[in-house]
Design a protein around this ligand. Structure first.
Ligand code: NI
Length: 165
């Protein structure tokens, strides 16, 4: 396993591209998943999407602060959203900032696990926020795109306390 460099806005164009579906879960996809989990842990993030490490594939990993294992979703698709929450969000690809946006309170995502088995993942609160955030990355969307009012984007002047994704 290896820690990979994290792509940053606005330097890395891969962050703005739509990622491709994974058709076969090859050894290199397995390696990518292991590296993404290690990179997420090292960066102390709660989620990471493959484009953030320069790979344009639809793979996300997530791990909430109280969870012992990462959730891996290949080709994730949101099948249901409900409710709304206001969140203070950060992104490992937009270092130095955080912003206030709205996310769904609960989402249900379908996809595949690393063995190719169909899975459904339900998330509420921070997990719902992270699922939407990571799936947005697969579509070239960053949380800052939702911020119209510049007052809602803040520079971090001291070490971050928000959960970066
Ligand atoms: Ni992010």
């Amino acid at each position: 396993m290896a820690v990979l460099p994290i792509c940053r806005f606005p330097d890395d164009a891969v962050l703005r591209n739509k990622a491709k579906r994974v058709s076969r879960i090859t050894n290199s996809v397995q390696q990518l998943i292991d590296d993404m989990i290690e990179t997420m842990h090292q960066a102390r993030g709660v989620g990471l999407a493959a484009p953030q490490v320069g790979v344009p594939l639809r793979v996300i990993v997530l791990q909430m602060p109280d969870e012992e294992e990462a959730t891996i979703i290949i080709n994730p698709e949101i099948v249901k959203r409900s409710g709304e929450q206001e969140v203070t969000e950060g992104c490992l690809s937009v270092p130095g900032y955080y912003g206030e946006i709205k996310r769904s309170e609960t989402v249900i995502v379908k996809g595949k696990d690393r063995h190719g088995k169909a899975i459904r993942v339900k998330g509420t609160g921070l997990m719902a926020e992270a699922l939407e955030h990571e799936i947005d990355h697969l579509n070239g969307i960053l949380y800052i795109d939702y911020i119209e009012d510049r007052e809602k984007l803040h520079a971090i002047e001291c070490p971050p306390t928000t959960q970066e994704q």
